[in-house]
Design a protein around this ligand. Structure first.
Ligand SMILES: [Zn+2]
Length: 451
């Protein structure tokens, strides 16, 4: 049975993970990326996976690692694609690490280090699942491919270009997403989607330079101007965006989706105390709070900047006011279309003087809960972890839509990352017991996907 190979191979898995951690690969600083890509390619070869390091025409863009194993018994079988990333977040602040950030220290059932969970731990479970399959049976029951990118932590800026350039190579029938959380009760969360994002900057301009504030009787203050414009964009009571047609393409949840949402565990009280808040937006509770998390668009002020905020008083009328806003989007919403609606809204409300700068746009994606792929992955997760939680969508954003659009394949997020594994923070770790269960889960996904 492959499970016993997984158990016997845990030391090997850990040493591969340590090797990956010890090769820093910080995309924000462009450190060690090509080296790490080459290391991943080598690791795949060692596991029996054919690998290649692929580039775009612009060779300064970090490469992707492509991996492939064809099923010998059934070359016409379906193809499963694993999407991961080899880049990591910066290691700072250094003083808060108990070990060296890139040490891969093993202690108390944990492997510590930047990238141990996000995403190198996830990557090794998938490589090892394929390796043990090949070791045990000399074959894989379906075709397997890998795409491992190097810019996930900086917004996957080129992943769509890669998908388009290597569309034939990457063609597949289902995608296992790069990460998956495991909750405090050791239940893996199968997430079927991600929200989209529209990120903009609005600038209001006042006098040609900062003015004495006594002149506020005559000169319009751009900070007020911006505040007034912002007030027209969102209803404070309901939290709803009040821009015309903002929700036009948003479909309500189906009965079955609502049933899934109802079953999803969510400790409201703990959540509120964790963040030190007394109530949720619009006073949402119970299922409404969960519905908001998986399916509510937002208009969030991410930053506001104007005038004097130093010590004491400075009576000034600022020349400029600037706000950064992120709108979370849900399936059906097209970032470019929403941007046009925002611009029209400002114009219609007499704010055509406010400059709108587009910063980033990404559409949402969601795999249907009826897709047969969901049932297979869910069964695999239950067998390997003992239980599972199905989630209609994650509240966060990722490049899932690019995969759905270019490869036209359903995507499911499932993995080994403990909820409190301190990803993106000092002392990030991967739990060894979860790496073990997740590898067994991946083995089962490969088996069931082929069936
Ligand atoms: Zn990350």
């Amino acid at each position: 049975m492959i499970d016993s190979l997984v158990d016997a191979g845990m030391n090997d898995l850990i040493s591969d993970l340590q090797a990956l951690i010890r090769q820093p690969s910080v995309s924000a600083k462009k450190v060690g990326l090509v080296e790490c890509a080459n290391l991943v390619a080598k690791m795949m070869q060692k596991a029996g996976i054919n690998s290649e390091v692929l580039y775009l025409d612009d060779k300064t863009v970090p490469p992707i690692v492509y991996g492939e194993v064809k099923s010998k018994a059934n070359p016409a079988a379906k193809t499963l694609l694993f999407y991961n990333h080899y880049d990591v977040q910066p290691e700072e602040p250094l003083e808060l690490w108990e070990d060296e950030p890139f040490s891969g220290t093993v202690r108390d059932n944990k492997v510590f280090g930047r990238g141990s969970a996000d995403d190198k731990g996830e990557l090794v479970t998938r490589i090892k699942a394929v390796e043990y399959f090949l070791k045990e049976t000399g074959n894989v029951p379906c075709n397997i491919k890998f795409i491992v990118e190097g810019e996930e932590e900086v917004g996957s800026v080129h992943v769509e270009q890669y998908l388009k350039k290597y569309k034939e190579k990457l063609a597949c029938d289902g995608v296992i997403w790069e990460f998956g959380y495991v909750d405090a009760k050791d239940r893996p969360i199968l997430s079927l989607g991600m929200k989209g994002l529209l990120y903009v900057e609005l600038i209001a301009t006042g006098p040609s330079r900062d003015a004495h504030s006594s002149l506020a009787v005559l000169i319009e203050n751009p900070a007020w101007r911006l505040v007034s414009a912002l007030k027209t964009m969102r209803d404070e009571k309901s939290g709803r965006v009040t821009i015309k047609d903002w929700y036009k393409e948003v479909k309500p949840f189906t009965k079955q989706e609502l049933a899934v949402i109802s079953k999803e565990p969510f400790d409201e009280g703990e959540f509120r105390s964790e963040y030190g808040i007394k109530r949720f937006v619009a006073g949402a509770r119970g299922r409404d709070a969960k519905k908001a998390l998986v399916g509510m668009p937002t208009c969030n002020i991410a930053g506001f900047d104007s005038g004097y905020i130093g010590e004491g008083a400075k009576t000034v009328l600022p020349a400029k006011a600037r706000v950064k806003i992120d709108f979370r989007l849900v399936p059906g919403m097209v970032p470019e279309k929403q941007l046009a609606r925002l611009k029209k809204h400002l114009k219609d409300h007499g704010f055509s003087d406010i400059e709108v700068n587009f910063i980033h746009g990404e559409a949402a994606a969601r795999t249907s809960i009826y897709d047969p792929f969901v049932k297979k992955v869910d069964e695999a997760a239950r067998e390997a972890f003992g239980s599972s939680i199905l989630s209609v969508s994650s509240a966060g954003t990722g490049p899932m839509y690019s995969f759905v659009k270019v490869l036209k394949a359903p995507c499911i997020s499932i993995g080994s990352t403990y909820m409190f594994a301190r990803i993106h923070s000092p002392n990030e770790f991967a739990r060894i017991d979860l790496l073990n269960k997740c590898t067994k889960c991946m083995v089962r996904i490969i088996e069931k996907f082929a069936a």
